[in-house]
Design a protein around this ligand. Structure first.
Ligand SMILES: C[S@@+](CC[C@H](N)C(=O)[O-])C[C@H]1O[C@@H](n2cnc3c(N)ncnc32)[C@H](O)[C@@H]1O
Length: 266
């Protein structure tokens, strides 16, 4: 099969991939038949699952605006995904042009596309690294070139911690990141939950076992525990649409399948 020019060398287009599937859920075109078939299988288990992706993306945008209003000017977006509408640097730099943003993903398509759209933006860059080895991110020379960890940084872990299974110690990973941050920093998360629809979520989890990044859902309490050592800002761990909704939120995407929360380092 001849691949489009945006596909980096070595990308396997014969197995579904979560970054590309998420891109398809959001209406993007950086995906292949195998990813679209995967999304169809997920939607067959739970029609409307894709709504969670839209609700999550809207949460990401609101969260970044809230963080800029709170005074944050540096963002480390880990598991950032394939760039799409409402990327962090666009939202943050529209509100405060001096904002600096580092994107991190383990997916080469996400990183290559990020690097392509960020060429010419001196205050944003995209690097390939794995959240399961946080030291490689926190001490990455390019990350340290752009971000000053002596000043507040907002670390965004949006829809990525559910790809870190308990055996990989997600709480330990978040704690390692937290310990590198200055007071006044934030860690924002969104996370798939199995508080409802347990059986369907388990079936979907088994589908994700066929991707390079298997995962697991967590309860609201488990998500809260991931932010231990941080002060969780109001309204706490809630369905993403209920986290600081826009005043004109009627008709905004909703999903009870994905929780959002923001913790502040004091
Ligand atoms: C569902 S997408 C979320 C994208 C974006 N954060 C958002 O919320 O719109 C999950 C992303 O996390 C990435 N990812 C999964 N496991 C990862 C890991 N261990 N380290 C870095 N990125 C990871 C995937 O490649 C994918 O791009």
């Amino acid at each position: 099969m001849e691949l489009p020019s945006w596909v980096p060398d070595g990308v396997d287009v014969t197995v579904p991939n979560v970054a590309r599937a998420y891109d398809y859920f959001l209406g993007g075109y950086h995906n292949f038949a195998v990813d679209r078939e995967f999304v169809a299988r997920v939607e067959a288990v739970m029609p409307g699952f894709g709504q969670a992706a839209h609700a999550n993306r809207a949460f990401l945008g609101r969260c970044v605006r809230w963080l800029v209003d709170a005074g944050v000017r540096q963002f480390l977006d880990i598991g950032s995904g394939i760039p799409t509408l409402g990327n962090v640097h666009e939202v943050a730099q529209a509100a405060a042009p001096e904002c600096r943003v580092v994107y991190v993903d383990l997916d080469p398509v996400a990183v290559a596309h990020g690097q392509a759209i960020l060429s010419g933006n001196p205050r944003a860059l995209s690097v390939e690294a794995d959240l399961r080895r946080p030291a490689e991110i926190l001490y990455h020379p390019q990350v340290l070139d752009l971000l000053d960890f002596a000043q507040p940084v907002a670390v965004l872990l949006m829809a990525v911690l559910h790809f870190v299974v308990d055996d990989d110690d997600p709480a330990g990973i978040v704690a390692q990141i937290r310990d590198c941050l200055a007071p006044g920093s934030y860690i924002a998360v969104s996370h798939v939950t199995d508080a409802n629809h347990k059986q369907e979520i388990e079936e979907i989890r088994r589908l994700y076992d066929h991707t390079p990044t298997p995962g697991q859902a967590r309860t609201p309490k488990q998500v809260e525990a991931l932010l231990s050592g941080l002060e969780i800002v109001e309204p706490g761990v809630v369905a993403v649409a209920d986290w600081h909704p826009d005043p004109d939120a009627a008709g905004a995407p909703r999903s009870e399948l994905i929780l959002g929360a923001v913790g502040r380092k004091v």
